[in-house]
Write a protein that binds this ligand. Structure first.
Ligand code: SF4
Ligand code: SF4
Length: 484
């Protein structure tokens, strides 16, 4: 095995990844597509209520070339475009396109199938954008945008280090689609003209490792295992483990010649370029002690969570909480009448006994355990004190925005302080403050410009009046002179 390094902090967590096969499920009756795609990036519908659509048809686009289009993931009729609950920490509703499926799953004809070696990198990036591909590891960053880097890239890392303890969708994908994801990796490597392509998987995934080794007999890519220490799946942590290079906070790995893509993204790129299929489905883990039969499901994007839960035999009687994402970084959901998005890699249902482990919050004892495990070497206790005191500016001095919200500090805190929750709230406050201050400075700029325009107009008028007065005086003087 090639030399590896360690990142500071991190935790070894008990894995709950028993599920390895991918289950195909019947079509849901309804598919739901939020117009809010990521953070504040929206798409606009290009279909009307009552219109019949086919699988793979574009139904919404953005007015920029950053956010990729949204495709119908099955055939059916658009029944509404209206506010519906979405998977967002706010728990609020937002505009969604609703499609009633017709049960036929009829797809539009494939339009851009061609050997990738014959296609220019610019065209391949455009095809990836048009196929609606975003990072499937959870962050959902537009893949084509990541590939448009102007930095020279020497190493492409395909991230199979699925470090969240309950998520196993990537392990299933690697086992079942090893050949295709290697092809996807090669397409990405071609686009980036990268010298190296490394597929990194955790050392507790022997079946995935075997499947990849079998598919890689020609050694077209490097396959390596990394220790299952959480959060190795974070791209900066993974780069550090594989190369020893520590990418500074607020810096993109591309600046150092690295691009990371999730294994699911590489597979989606293969489907788009080699098979002409846009991104209409993803593998998702439905698990936790609140689920009767945990499964990894091949799910259409837009499927309501309640449909996925039903395919797993439903909930157990003592289910208490639903989380989208893993136990470490996921967000709590208030309902299962919410659709999965491209970013949804896991639905975790927790029971009463899972939650009784949670104890009351006690005062901080300054033990420093949170700082010891922080993978980005922050001081979580300092951040917490400033957050609690509403001193958000001081939080910035302690690099609040470098926090990757991995949750390691929460886990080890003997006082059970909800550190990450507090950090998220402070980040939210600071973002709102920054937006307000940007709006205020824009308004001030507008006001100053208005005043300047007004001043100039007044000056011009005064000048005009002065000129007229001078002309009149001149005329008067001339007529007086004549009379004399
Ligand atoms: S681990 Fe908890 S108790 Fe210890 S210093 Fe950090 S916040 Fe305080
Ligand atoms: S959640 Fe943030 S502060 Fe806490 S350990 Fe992770 S990166 Fe550090």
């Amino acid at each position: 095995m090639t030399k590896q390094w360690k990142f500071s902090g991190g935790l070894t967590l008990a894995a709950h990844k028993q599920v390895t096969v991918i289950t195909n499920i019947p079509l849901p009756k309804e598919l739901i597509y939020p117009l809010l795609q990521r953070a504040d990036s929206y798409v606009q519908p290009i279909v009307r209520v009552g219109e019949h659509v086919l699988k793979g048809q574009i139904i919404a686009t953005a007015n920029n070339n950053l956010t990729p289009p949204v495709h119908a993931t099955s055939s059916g009729t658009v029944t509404a475009i209206y506010p519906h609950l979405i998977a967002h920490p706010s728990g609020l509703s937002d505009d969604c396109i609703i499609i009633d499926t017709d049960g036929l799953d009829t797809a539009i004809s494939e339009s851009y199938h061609q050997p990738y070696q014959e296609v220019a990198a610019t065209k391949l990036r455009e095809l990836i954008h048009q196929a609606g591909i975003v990072g499937l590891g959870g962050a959902s960053f537009p893949t084509a945008q990541k590939l448009r880097t102007t930095q020279p890239i020497h190493t492409l890392i395909i991230n199979g280090a699925e470090c969240e303890p309950h998520i196993s969708c990537d392990a299933s994908l690697m086992q079942q689609h090893a050949q295709q994801l290697i092809q996807g990796a090669l397409i990405l490597q071609t686009i980036l003209a990268a010298e190296r392509c490394i597929i990194a998987i955790e050392d507790n995934m022997p079946a995935a490792q075997q499947a990849l080794a079998t598919a890689n007999q020609q050694a077209v890519v490097e396959i390596t295992t990394v220790p299952a220490i959480y959060p190795t799946g974070g791209e900066k942590q993974l780069i550090q483990v594989l190369t020893g290079i520590k990418i500074p906070a607020q810096t993109l790995p591309a600046k150092y010649g690295f691009i990371c893509q999730n294994v699911g993204t590489a597979y989606a790129v293969y489907q788009a370029i080699a098979q002409g299929q846009p991104l209409t489905e993803r593998i998702i883990t439905i698990t936790g002690s609140g689920i009767q039969q945990p499964k990894n499901i091949r799910a259409k994007i837009g499927t309501p969570i309640k449909h996925l839960i039903a395919q797993c035999g439903g909930y157990t009687q003592d289910v208490q909480r639903l989380i989208m994402g893993g136990s470490m970084m996921g967000i709590a959901l208030g309902s299962d009448d919410i659709a999965i998005t491209k970013a949804s890699n896991c639905i975790l249902a927790l029971t009463t006994s899972d939650l009784t482990d949670q104890q009351a919050t006690l005062p901080c004892i300054r033990c420093g355990a949170c700082a010891d495990v922080c993978p980005v070497q922050l001081l979580p206790q300092q951040l917490y004190w400033h957050s609690r005191a509403g001193q958000t500016e001081q939080c910035q001095d302690y690099q609040l925005f470098d926090c990757i919200e991995c949750g390691c500090c929460d886990i080890v805190c003997p006082s059970h302080i909800p550190l990450v929750q507090t950090f998220r709230a402070s980040k939210g406050e600071l973002i709102i403050k920054a937006q307000r201050s940007a709006q205020a400075s824009l308004a001030k700029k507008r006001y100053t410009q208005q005043q300047l325009r007004k001043q100039k107009a007044e000056q011009a008028q005064q000048l005009k009046a002065a000129k007229r007065k001078a002309a009149i005086e001149k005329m008067k003087a001339a007529s007086l002179a004549k009379r004399k």
